[in-house]
Ligand binder design. Sequence first.
Ligand SMILES: [Zn+2]
Length: 191
Amino acid sequence: MEKNVQERANEILKMDYEEIEQAYNELLESSEPESFQILLILLSSGDVIHTQKAADILALKGDPKYLSEMKEIRGKLPERRGLRDYRWTVDRAIEILENVRKAAKCRCELYETQSGFGERFIPSVEQRDGIVSIAKEVVHQEEYFTEYFCKCNICGRRWKVLDEIGYHYPLYSWEEITDKREYDTYFENND
Ligand SMILES: [Zn+2]
């Protein structure tokens, strides 16, 4: 990356949607220190799209080196109107990177320490990020909720995730499955 990091960040801030995806993918794949600098500038932009996108990419890059910068930026992000506070995505990234710093190999401890329903860990997103696999989804139409049976790709712990769609955005609760019969029902006897 030859361009000055600030110039590159400004370019990304002006891009249209399709270019944005491409630019963030490049930042995800880059191991150059500049990629982190650019992401931190985007994170601090306070733009609802870019701040969240940068937070997600920083979490995926999985390097906790910039945690203190991220926390400082989080503290200065302006409040914006919206059903869901965009700054929560930054909180999620910070939580994920703190977990990495503790040398955790997966996110199971984060799922475990969530109490009740939360917006942070969404099964489809965890699967997209390659952290868990959803073995089965059971839709309870009458009761308006879905159960997601997930397995951690790294340590193999199994989770039953319930959604709660009565809010403006869905919430999820994560509960470990320790019952052998429940395992077998939803995970097809694989190990
Ligand atoms: Zn795990």
